[in-house]
Design a protein around this ligand. Structure first.
Ligand code: FES
Length: 156
């Protein structure tokens, strides 16, 4: 738990450091591991009740590990009227997972979003920080295939 100790040393151990501490823990591990949260409660004034409150209030915090790539399909109004449902369904079929799930190979985690902030490109999905717009199911499947092939090529 050296990483968590370093975070507490940097952010402080007072209750008002809770959000920053959780952000940094998630930045290091990709989610909030139970062991890291126990360490925080033992070595700071931040309580497990406070952690639970903060982590469930902000939907960006996760309690389970995520895949190498996070896919966010947009279901906001502009995307909805431009066929977001078909894109969402096509992603689920291609990856054989539902929103909030991760593929068994650990490559993709699927999430849905209310609006990704680029409505003029609707329907939209993001993979990590990259936006893909004006999607059609076929185009989306090609994008996923490319990510999967790149991951395979990089694996030892
Ligand atoms: S509604 Fe999809 S990006 Fe805004």
């Amino acid at each position: 738990m050296k990483e968590v100790a370093d975070i507490l040393q940097c952010q402080g151990t007072e209750r008002d450091a809770c959000v920053k501490v959780l952000q940094e823990i998630q930045g290091v591990f990709g989610y909030l591991p139970a062991e890291a949260l126990r360490y925080v409660t033992r070595h700071s004034k931040i309580t497990s009740r406070q952690i639970h409150g903060v982590a469930t209030f902000y939907d960006r915090f996760r309690f389970t590990p995520v895949g190498k790539h996070i896919i966010r399909t947009c279901h906001g109004t502009a995307c909805h009227v431009n066929g977001a449902r078909h894109i969402g369904r096509a992603v689920e079929e291609a990856l054989k997972i539902k929103p909030q799930e991760t593929t068994p190979d650990g490559l993709f985690t699927l999430e849905s979003a209310a609006c990704l902030g680029c409505c003029s490109l609707a329907p939209v999905m993001m993979i990590d920080d990259t936006v893909f717009g004006r999607l059609e199911p076929q185009k989306m499947k090609q994008i996923l295939r490319k990510y999967a092939q790149t991951a395979k090529a990089k694996s030892p």
